[in-house]
Ligand binder design. Structure first.
Ligand SMILES: Cc1cc2nc3c(=O)[nH]c(=O)nc-3n(C[C@H](O)[C@H](O)[C@H](O)COP(=O)(O)OP(=O)(O)OC[C@H]3O[C@@H](n4cnc5c(N)ncnc54)[C@H](O)[C@@H]3O)c2cc1C
Length: 312
């Protein structure tokens, strides 16, 4: 698919493709500098055209979902940033439990739709403000459930394979080496365009809705939901809990600039106003250094960093 001048003009005029756009409103931390190019395709054909165009122009391409697990550098991102959040929609089969969702479908929407149809398996996902694509990459999970437990396969586009820039490949769950908040998709150049789930059909919709509501209210009462954050910043160094280690060091409430270790939940860093990505990064470094110094434990971030030299 070739993106000619007229198609490029149409994408620019419709606002699907923009230049020099601040990414702060594309992350739940509300920080991040400008994207050289930002695109929000509405369908898979626009998505493929944009990939082809970036390739022709020699631009680096990155994909983001809802930006709910991302720290984007204040300097911003060169190349093309493709935001998937408009690529929404899902098809659910109440009989078989098969569910197909586009990468940009919000997880809470999918969780609620499944519960309404008596499909069990996604009740844990109702309070996670990410997209289906981000969940497949991160193996998002909560309340004992995880993406890997109900995901059957993903449809991907491989950036490294020029032939497949026109079409998608299906990767099965077993191909993705799923583990706690881990998958092979995190280190690959494969972009998730859709995901297929196998849920359990025939459950009582009222019971499932009760569970999703309970899960949501548990989260809003135990986590600082009213502040911009990225959820848990650090992976739990099992059997320890990152939040417990940070709290034991008396770091709750510690601030750098506008970034604060939440007094409500020590594994959350919240933006209390005007935080920069550097404030957050410096607070992450402070926590890692203190936990290492006192407990001898290396804390690794669950949050992904984009645009920082050492980790990008
Ligand atoms: C208040 C709050 C609570 C949270 N609670 C939880 C929780 O309980 N459990 C949990 O696991 N997480 C939680 N999170 C973190 C986050 O919501 C999840 O990690 C989520 O899965 C990220 O999805 P996203 O669409 O926002 O991905 P992004 O943050 O946009 O991206 C995350 C990574 O996935 C990549 N990516 C995104 N979409 C695609 C795609 N389509 N193809 C290829 N790569 C892609 C990005 O490049 C990046 O590396 C929470 C976050 C917040 C703000």
């Amino acid at each position: 698919m070739f993106l000619g001048d007229s198609s490029l003009k149409a994408l620019l005029e419709s606002g699907i493709l923009q230049q020099h756009v601040s990414l702060a409103s594309y992350t739940t931390w509300r920080v991040g500098g400008p994207a050289q190019w930002l695109a929000e395709p509405n369908d898979s054909s626009q998505f493929l055209s944009l990939l082809q165009w970036a390739k022709q122009e020699g631009l680096t391409t990155r994909v983001i979902g809802a930006g709910s697990n991302l720290l984007i550098a204040d300097a911003g991102l060169p190349g093309l940033t493709l935001c998937m959040r408009r690529l929404q929609g899902s098809e659910l089969d109440a009989e078989s439990g098969l569910v197909k969702a586009w990468a940009g479908e919000p997880l809470p929407t999918l969780s609620r739709r499944a519960a309404r149809l008596g499909l069990h398996g996604l009740e844990w996902a109702v309070g996670i403000p990410g997209t289906v694509g981000g969940a497949a990459v991160m193996n998002a999970g909560a309340q004992g459930g995880s993406t890997a437990e109900c995901l059957a396969s993903v449809e991907v586009i491989d950036l490294l394979d020029p032939d497949t820039l026109k079409t998608t490949t299906t990767l099965n769950n077993a191909d993705l080496s799923y583990d706690y908040r881990q998958s092979d998709l995190q280190s690959s150049k494969q972009l998730v365009i859709a995901a297929n789930f196998q849920l359990e059909a025939g459950h009582d919709a009222k019971d499932l809705k009760r569970t999703t509501s309970g899960n949501l209210s548990h989260r809003t009462t135990t986590q600082p939901y009213q502040w911009p954050s990225c959820g848990s910043v650090f992976r739990n160094p099992e059997p320890e809990k990152a939040g417990r280690l940070i709290e034991d060091l008396g770091l709750k409430g510690r601030r750098i600039g506008g970034a604060e270790i939440s007094p409500v939940h020590a594994n959350f860093i919240v933006n209390v106003g005007g935080a920069t990505a550097d404030d957050i990064r410096n607070l992450i470094d402070l926590v890692q250094n203190e936990v290492d110094r006192v407990h001898g434990i290396s804390l690794h971030t669950e949050v992904k960093r984009l645009g920082f030299q050492a980790t990008d």
